[in-house]
Design a binder for this molecule. Structure first.
Ligand code: ANZ
Ligand code: ZN
Length: 862
């Protein structure tokens, strides 16, 4: 019998699929129900890594399974191809971003093709193809006409060396991640998408996403961050003389009441100060006259800008020398400070501090010796309730609070809002954490924003006939800044509306825009409209979307928003973009490090086990290396195994099997050479069964009956496993089934044929090449790809036995296998006669036996 040779079999089967154009999704309705399976498309960084491979193999299992179940499947692939790394390559190595990107795509496409994925390559595109981004410009202009795209001044992180805006993640300890320069805050006019218009709809829609992980829905909800509370106006009681004096004077807003947003109006009587953001108008007005305030503002502008950074930073502030009146008691005044923990972009950029019931306020009050007045006391606490280092943020009853005394927190909130509204001192308010989406980037390698700026007409849209606005290719990267901005000719155009000299917008779009609608373009990638209506209606929403949980917030949120905006612009129907979402775990690997700190690649490491202790040695130098933590495969720690490496050893199918078999898909999987070898042996074992099949062999009746039952049970278990995204348990079942088929050698040819034909179809989603080879070897017609998924007979698949745990005085001590449905009295008799149970009891007397039918046995002993 010949060994199975993946090196010849795998290319052979791939050529067969390609020859039959097997994975092209039908262009027109062919009567089958549709199923759209999509994995998050890759950024063309250079090589396909193991995380990609696992992601795409999971999608492939679903796609192949759905196809066998009678669906017309759309399973496309493309490239999220704009972004900074291409420009960095240009700056560091002098390659053009376009050449770098398309070279990487070619390389990665070839690597992906080796994995035997059932992808419809005819629909492939990259987001940097003018044919794609031109359509993006077209819908951008539709949203512009509807007012869903607008321009406003926004504060950005500015890197004064690289001359560019940085995202919050690119600011590390207040410095630019590339240049190391101290980052400044600058006001720039930027383009925004009006995502906040959809805040409520985005929250409501989450309720319909019953095939999304709960944790992702929760993350989305927190990101939108809807909260109910109140805005309150605090009249100015005292202010430095240099502030303009006229309240209500529009030219002199500095003496207007300060508007504060709170989610805890119930705690108003515990207020001991107000705190303003560093760029609140009043802070700035005072900074203009007081150097210590100006210094504080400058300091805030330099430090980290993300909410997470602010959360960690020490709470700092400066007294502004202003006092304001308490809304419920004008005779009582509190001081106004500027503080670094107040965000200018949330609420009103001003808060009242209630140190007893908010930790940040408490830290601040302790640092600057401000009063701490408790107003909510927990159940059981008395009038002397006080807080020390920890604010009380839990429930309780109000005290020290006049008319609110005795109320629970929720009731007190409502009452406080009613009172301030009646007094004209504030009103109930709903506030969102969500901000409009700033999409301007001062970069070259992105989608040009199709706008022309004219001195007399303002921002004018590029006429449709002039789309796409293509990126010029003759750009230089030798100096920092945006190459589009300094290009000699590209930006100089005539105004489309008055014909005067005008300039193009030189900002490009955030790459998250590119990835927020690609799934819709795949439905008809050559449509004249951005989204081909007929095809989109047939294929969308994506039935199963698969990707990393790191995209759970931004990418999914952008896509959900855009779907709504485009539907309002008449470009697609309203529905959620992704009906089902699965977030897969990562591929992790041990790390290895030399004494000098250098990381060592796994292929250069030999593991030695002595007396149960694992040690490692670097092969190339013979030096001992330390075995470090198991971490996500990453180039920086060199703990990567390239998918190409596995092809050379055990073949694609073994690799596919391994990345899915070792842990549940939502968890991380640890890459080990041993695991891959195990999968390789399984492939051989399966082949041996196919190859040794003798169709005419007689057999014995008992073996036939048993094998048939096992076959139908396996069909059921694998089907349920794939449907429930439990690929690892489906594979475990396949391993067990293969052992069963081997053990039932005395079954007849026809019964074994039934078992093996089911096996070929059941393994097809996981190890498609092996399945095709087996299918042919069994003498079946056509490709297993086109064979329907096996169907089980429920009577044969029924589990006729159950394993009951046996507890003795509440502890699990033994188990017993009995026929399903057996009456408690019969079970009791079997348990009492069981030798293992007797041994466990060691002669103790049984007081009581409780049997829960088909579930558990409890023994009470003296
Ligand atoms: C008074 C108060 C008393 C507050 C108390 C909390 C507890 P969430 O729930 O996250 O929406 N806040 C308001 N605007 C802010 C800003 N721009 N920067 C920083 N903090 C701000 O948070 C709402 C609470 O965060 C608000 O309620 C306000 O502090 C603070 F015992 O007001 B609270
Ligand atoms: Zn004009």
């Amino acid at each position: 019998m010949a060994r199975y040779d993946p090196k010849t079999a795998e290319p052979r089967q791939q050529a067969r699929w390609q020859g039959a154009n097997a994975f092209a999704a039908p262009v027109a309705d062919d009567g089958r129900p549709t199923c759209y399976v999509l994995e998050m498309f890759p950024y063309p960084s250079g090589n396909i890594h193991m995380g990609h491979a696992r992601n795409y193999v999971m999608g492939d299992v679903v796609a192949r399974f759905k196809r066998a179940r009678g669906f017309a499947v759309l399973h496309p692939m493309g490239w999220d191809a704009f972004g900074m790394p291409a420009e960095n390559a240009a700056m560091e190595r002098g390659v053009h971003p376009k050449a770098w990107t398309y070279d990487n795509i070619a390389n990665m496409r070839a690597q992906l093709k080796l994995l035997g994925l059932s992808l419809d390559w005819s629909r492939e595109f990259a987001t940097c193809d003018p044919a794609y981004y031109g359509k993006q410009q077209a819908w951008f202009l539709k949203l512009f006409e509807r007012g869903l795209v607008y321009r406003k001044d926004a504060v950005v992180n500015w890197d004064p060396v690289d001359n560019t805006v940085l995202a919050n993640e690119q600011v590390i300890d207040g410095r630019g991640w590339r240049s190391g320069a101290l980052v400044e805050k600058r006001k720039l006019t930027q383009w925004f998408l009006r995502i906040t218009d959809y805040a409520d709809d985005l929250i409501d829609g989450l309720k319909t996403l019953d095939r999304w992980p709960d944790k992702v829905r929760l993350m989305q909800e927190n990101w939108i961050g809807k909260s109910r509370g109140a805005t309150l106006w605090w009249e100015i009681a005292e202010a430095p003389a240099f502030l303009p004096a006229a309240p209500g004077d529009e030219a002199n807003p500095a003496r207007d009441p300060i508007e504060v947003y709170t989610t805890r109006p119930d705690t108003l009587f515990g207020a001991s100060f107000l705190a303003l953001a560093a760029d609140h108008p009043l802070t700035r007005a005072i900074a203009a006259h007081r150097p210590e305030v100006a210094a504080f503002v400058a300091e805030c502008a330099r430090s980290g800008t993300s909410e997470a950074d602010l959360e960690k930073a020490e709470k700092l502030g400066v007294d502004l020398g202003v006092r304001v009146c308490h809304p419920f008691d004008p005779a009582r005044t509190v001081p106004v400070w500027a503080a670094n923990f107040v965000l200018s972009t949330y609420g009103t950029g001003a808060i009242f501090g209630c140190p007893a019931h908010d930790q940040r306020d408490l830290d601040f009050a302790r640092k600057y010796s401000l009063p701490v007045l408790p107003v909510v006391r927990p159940e059981g606490a008395g009038d002397d309730f006080a807080v020390a280092d920890e604010a009380w943020v839990g429930p309780g009853k109000l005290f020290n609070s006049a008319f609110l005394d005795g109320l629970e927190v929720e009731a007190a909130k409502a009452e406080a809002i009613a009172r301030v509204e009646a007094a004209g001192q504030g009103k109930g308010a709903t506030v969102y954490r969500l901000r409009d989406w700033g999409v301007s980037r001062q970069r070259y390698w992105g989608c040009p924003i199709p706008i022309i700026h004219c001195d007399s007409c303002g921002a004018v849209r590029v006429p449709d006939a002039q789309l796409p606005v293509e990126l010029p290719e003759d750009v230089t990267f030798d100096v920092p800044g945006n190459p589009l901005d300094r290009h000699p000719t590209w930006k100089h155009v005539k105004c489309p509306s008055c014909g005067a000299d005008a300039v193009r917008e030189t900002d490009t779009l955030d790459t998250f825009v590119d990835s927020s609608w690609y799934f819709a373009r795949f439905a008809d990638p050559t449509a004249a409209e951005p989204i081909g209506a007929e095809a989109a209606n047939r294929w969308l929403p994506v039935d199963q979307y698969i990707g990393g949980v790191e995209h759970a917030v931004l990418h999914l949120h952008s896509a959900r928003f855009l779907r709504r905006a485009l539907s309002d612009a008449g470009l697609m129907e309203v529905r959620e973009p992704f009906a089902g979402l699965f977030t897969q775990g990562m591929v992790v690997h041990e790390t290895y490090r030399r004494a000098d700190g250098a990381w060592v690649e796994p292929t250069d490491v030999e593991i030695l086990t002595e007396g149960g202790v694992r040690r490692a040695r670097q092969l190339s130098t013979g030096e001992a290396v330390t075995i470090g933590d198991i971490e996500k495969m990453s180039k920086s720690k060199k703990n990567v195994v390239a998918p190409a490496e596995i092809l050379d050893t055990h073949g694609v199918d073994a690799g596919r099997l391994f990345v899915l078999s070792d842990s549940p898909p939502e968890r991380d999987v640890q890459w080990t050479p041993g695991g891959l070898e195990g999968a390789g042996r399984f492939v051989q074992r399966v082949w041996t069964l196919f190859d040794g099949h003798e169709p005419d062999r007689p057999g014995d009746r008992a073996a036939d009956e048993a094998l048939r039952r096992e076959t139908h049970k396996a069909i059921r278990a694998v089907t349920e496993g794939v449907e429930g995204f439990r690929f690892n348990s489906a594979i475990a079942k396949l391993y067990a089934f293969v052992a069963v088929v081997r053990d039932h050698e005395s079954a007849s040819g026809p019964t074994r044929a039934e078992a093996l034909s089911a096996l070929a179809r059941l393994i097809a989603p996981f190890t498609p090449h092996l399945a095709e080879e087996g299918w042919t070897r069994l003498g079946m017609e056509g490709m297993v790809l086109d064979a329907p998924w096996p169907v089980y007979d429920p009577a044969l698949a029924a589990d006729d036995e159950v394993v009951l745990p046996i507890q003795v005085n509440g502890k699990r001590r033994a188990e017993i296998r009995v026929a399903r449905g057996l009456e408690p009295s019969q079970v009791e008799a079997l348990v009492l006669a069981d030798e293992t149970v007797k041994a466990k009891l060691e002669g103790q007397a049984i007081r009581k036996v409780v049997v829960v039918k088909d579930r558990i046995v409890n023994l009470v002993v003296a």
